[in-house]
Write a protein that binds this ligand. Structure first.
Ligand code: ADE
Length: 237
């Protein structure tokens, strides 16, 4: 999957292809990252990319002209959707990540300062996306979150020990608890069923834990998802 990122801080976004799952995916050619810095498109000697907001008020706004040129150059190389990362966007969840993972590429537009000139959104943005109800200093960390979440879903990105099928949210639920050796840690034992070797019982226990945790912590997730009959039995027992 091809990621083209329009950002004033390419060195920050670059780290995503340097480590971990995304780093390995880049090495294997499963993902490719190219960055477009609006500052390279600034026409004046100071390479200005921001200006004061019309109507007054604090802060600065990213200028439209250099952003438009950067996005349009990126579009020449990437036919994918332009996603603008902003707190005003559609909240990101695993369902949206899965939908976007079907694309061959995606252009990620990162704002800084108070935001970007709204006309850029009108002209070039296909989708606005938020990673949560809090404000970051810019869209770069959000873009990296999206790149990471998308990469995990690409065939071959995870080793068989890290299957995405077992991730939290894959089936719309929070994840079950996990344990590793030693069997007793500071007096606390690993649940017996996990040592039983009975795979059907282990799967049942994990599902019950996931359902219970989701019901206690995030009941709205269960409302958004139909429970199967067997899940209802597990939750009720
Ligand atoms: N840019 C600043 N805050 C953001 C957020 N919460 N989500 C996505 N992009 C952002």
């Amino acid at each position: 999957m091809r990621f083209d990122v329009v950002t004033l801080f390419p060195e920050l976004v670059e780290t995503v292809v340097k480590c971990g799952v995304t780093g390995r995916a880049a090495e294997r050619g499963l993902i490719a990252l190219r960055q477009w810095n609006p500052r390279d498109y600034a026409a004046d000697v100071h390479r200005t990319v921001d200006d004061r907001p019309y109507g007054g008020g604090p802060g600065m706004v990213m200028k439209g002209d250099c952003l438009l040129q950067a996005i349009r150059d990126a579009r020449q190389e990437n036919p994918g959707k332009v996603v603008y990362l902003s707190p005003q966007g559609t909240p990101l969840n695993q369902a949206l990540v899965s939908e976007l993972a079907g694309e061959r590429g995606i252009i990620l537009l990162c704002g800084r300062y108070e935001g970007i000139d709204e006309r850029v959104v009108k002209l070039e943005v296909d989708m606005e996306c938020s990673i949560g109800d809090y404000v970051l200093s810019g869209g770069e960390l959000a873009a990296m979150v999206l790149i990471d979440a998308l990469t995990r879903l690409l065939p071959g990105a995870l080793g068989h020990h890290e299957s995405a099928v077992q991730d939290s949210f894959f089936d719309g639920l929070l994840d079950c608890p996990h344990y590793t050796r030693p069997e007793i840690l500071e007096g606390m034992e690993v649940p017996t069923v996990l040592k039983s070797g009975n795979h059907a019982e282990i799967a049942r226990w994990r599902k019950k834990q996931a359902l219970g945790k989701t019901w206690r912590r995030r009941p709205e997730l269960l409302q958004a998802r139909q429970l199967t009959d067997s899940e209802r039995v597990l939750l009720d027992e």
